[in-house]
Design a protein around this ligand. Structure first.
Ligand code: GLC
Length: 547
């Protein structure tokens, strides 16, 4: 593990574990912390530097753990605090850093503070920890404003007062079981400083900060009419009164100081969906967060010009504030990139793809593009995020029957949007055996597609050209060549290519329909999939040297 003071996060490859779908030691069909511990050697052999765990804290699981009822304990579904400590120590013993997910925008409605708020009177200090308001209309029967939840439906829920009368409303950007905290309240701020210290004291290396762009709302909570193509998570161009408000930056400056109380270099990584890279870079000014996800990069379609542009803009925007760019193609909220990059119809973020969706991808094209996209990503300077299962080339699970769906998006839109279950299906570890080796009982909280036997880790280990072996090769060459640091020089190879050099290493991806001749002096270091000769086929990328 890099020494303290190394700012390891500037170049790290960070592997996202979605605990409920990674490995299930207890056999109840939901992954857990002992499952993660049992698979750390597999992660070590993959060649990643750190893991980020999606939430495993106490939660009624209305939004798969992003609804936290106790920020200082482990949900029994995932194990115990002792299991966490074992996992952390075992990861550190292997030189793997550990980042945990912090969910500060909202809690679960089962959180003791929210329960107290429900019992307390309007205007009480208990209510002031959340965003309670009187309703509009003659008897307060209308919500306080017109905001719409990211998961569909309105953003307000009316409560029944302790005396049984219809009462105030509370704000929830996400599900009604996820009330938003009021971050103008110093008590909330102090509580989260203490939560940060709780996990830092246990030895975590940092936090991925959930909804880092949503914590402050515009004063007065004004009505807002979303423009037609607005992205529900804040991807549009206009000012949205609950996304990206300037006041959030004070909170991160405060947290930066909390992390600096600790030895070593602990990191904050923000989940901030913002309209431009320039705005995103404000989250990582020197006294704020250390990293923020590069969602504009993730959202870039399979188009050479757009990909060149977003890489250029990323390096410029983050470089201007002295932060590393990050790169990410998949996570637990988006369609897996081995499917997304070959969709033939629009699919807004969060809609997912299911049995009746239009524009389903051709699986072979999707996988080729996915592998090529990763081959580009892992050559770029900065830090990269890899989402569990992408190293197997997993596609989105697109045929999940309705009765298995769990994402609140599905329920809040009455099935109009499938939501995110398709990227959350438990991993296949072995081609044979119950639940493809996810556990030894065969239980699985979402059904695994039968064809996933072909993507099982043990099968891919044995196939030299598998996606798993591609990722291993990319990661070991990236480390050996220190590609995480330094800069890149653009090459002009073809309109349909993304081409640049990292020192002596050339990187070219073909996003067009015709092969691209690379010249006969090339020596390949990595091909995103095997080809002979020196012409780069469509949907392929390569690393090579010349001469
Ligand atoms: C973030 C999480 C997502 C969750 C939401 C509400 O966007 O990544 O999974 O549903 O926040 O917490």
């Amino acid at each position: 593990m890099a020494a303290p003071g190394s700012e390891w996060w500037r170049t790290a490859v960070i592997y996202q574990i979605y605990p409920r779908s990674f490995a299930d030691a207890s056999g109840d069909g939901i992954g857990d912390l002992p499952g993660i511990t049992s698979r750390l050697d597999d992660l070590k052999s993959l060649g990643i530097d750190a893991i980020w765990l999606s939430p495993f804290m106490t939660s009624p699981q209305k939004d798969a753990g992003y609804d936290v009822a106790d920020y200082r304990d482990v949900d029994p579904l995932f194990g115990t605090l002792a299991d966490f400590d074992v996992m952390l120590n075992e990861a550190h013993a292997r030189g793997i850093r550990v980042i945990v997910d912090l969910v500060p925008n909202h809690s679960s409605d089962q959180h003791v503070w929210f329960q107290e708020a429900l019992k307390a009177a309007p205007g009480s200090p208990e209510r002031a920890r959340y965003v309670f308001r009187d309703g509009r209309g003659e008897n307060g029967e209308l919500p306080p404003n017109n905001w719409e939840s990211v998961f569909g439906g309105g953003m307000w829920e009316r409560v029944t007062e302790p005396d049984g009368t219809p009462g105030q409303w509370y704000l929830h950007i996400f599900d009604a079981t996820q009330p938003d905290f009021d971050w103008t309240n110093e008590e909330v701020r102090e509580e989260f400083r203490s939560i940060l210290r709780f996990w830092l004291d246990r030895g975590v290396d940092g936090f991925r900060v959930d909804v880092a762009h949503g914590m402050m709302k515009e004063a007065g909570l004004p009505d807002y009419a979303p423009v037609a193509d607005a992205d529900s998570m804040g991807g549009g161009e206009e000012n949205v009164p609950y996304w990206g408000q300037d006041e959030v930056h004070d909170i991160y400056r405060d947290w930066n100081r909390v992390l600096a109380e600790y030895d070593g270099d602990r990191a904050l990584c923000g989940e901030a969906w913002l309209p431009t890279l320039k705005k995103t870079a404000l989250w990582v000014r020197p006294d704020e967060m250390h990293q923020t996800f590069n969602f504009p990069y993730l959202m870039t379609p399979w188009d050479a010009q757009e990909l060149r542009l977003v890489i250029r803009e990323s390096l410029d925007a983050f470089g201007a504030v002295g932060a590393p760019s990050t790169w990410v193609l998949s996570n637990h909220d988006v369609i897996r990139h081995a499917s997304r990059l070959a969709l033939t119809a629009d699919s807004p973020q969060g809609d997912g793809i299911g049995p009746n969706s239009q524009g389903k991808p051709d699986p072979a094209i999707g996988l080729s593009r996915g592998r090529a996209a990763t081959t580009v990503m892992l050559s770029l300077p900065g830090s990269a995020y890899v989402y569990q299962g992408e190293e197997l080339g997993l596609p989105e699970a697109m045929e999940i029957p309705d009765e298995f769906r769990q994402d609140p998006t599905w329920f809040r839109t009455n099935g109009e949007r499938y939501g995110r279950d398709g990227c959350r299906v438990p991993l296949p570890w072995t081609a044979e055996g119950p639940a493809f080796g996810f556990n030894d009982t065969g239980a699985s909280w979402l059904p695994q597609p039968a064809e996933w036997a072909h993507f099982a880790r043990d099968t891919e280990e044995r196939q030299p050209d598998s996606t798993l072996n591609l990722y291993k090769k990319l990661l070991s060459e990236r480390a050996a060549r220190r590609l995480g640091s330094g800069s890149l020089v653009w090459d002009d190879v073809a309109d349909s290519a993304v081409a640049f050099r990292r020192g002596e290493l050339h990187v070219v991806a073909n996003l067009g329909a015709e092969p691209i001749e690379l010249g006969d002096d090339v020596t390949f270091v990595v091909q995103s999939e095997p080809f002979t000769g020196t012409a780069l086929p469509p949907n392929t990328a390569a690393w090579f040297t010349r001469g």
